[in-house]
Design a protein around this ligand. Sequence first.
Ligand code: ATP
Length: 217
Amino acid sequence: MQPKKTYSLIGIYGGTFNPIHFGHLRVAQEVADNLNLEHVKFIPSATPPHKPLPEVTAQQRVDMVKIAIKDNDKFNIDTRELERGNISYTIDTLKSLQLENIDNALCFLMGTDAFFHFNTWHRWEEILNYCHIVLFYRPIKTNNNLSIELEEYLKDHYAENCNNLNEYRNGLITMQNVTPLTISSTHIRELLKNNNSANYLTAKEVLNYISTNNLYR
Ligand code: ATP
């Protein structure tokens, strides 16, 4: 009998990272440890389809991600969405990553806040053809409940045992427990705009970069 094929798992973490903070970083660390991810790719988005344009340059957001992850050899950055320019659709990113990583299964990391409006994403129903989805609870106020459509979708694809994720290349959803942190980039930007300290919400070196470059004033 042929041994079962297993795929090494890679975490894909998309976001605006405006700026990156400990909420992002801690989640990536915990999910990487829990699911034994080979590494996590941080993928800053170009023109986020769901958000107003960031007030700092894409290069500055990239610089901050690089600074924040530099000491973690399981974290790296992928700037393909910025190189592509225009609107960056997750499905295109996942498609290209899947072609490049034939022995891997991609795990797309997503907070529950993002999942609430997942069914508005471009070609959302095809996204699981290219990855698994790893959800984690983000303690943030949202005005809406999970739609019936997404509830059904979740039920249809939910993996009871996340240890089996590596037996499939794509198509499963799992939920991971992570330390709840209420940090957001919006809050950091507001603090800085009002001349308050954002110490201990993100890495000291990121705050130094923000200060040196006079960002979020
Ligand atoms: P903003 O406040 O500008 O909207 P943000 O803090 O929500 O930004 P993003 O870069 O937009 O950060 O988030 C990208 C991904 O990171 C999303 O999947 C989101 O759920 C997740 N995320 C961000 N902050 C946290 C947090 N504190 N805990 C868990 N997940 C988080």
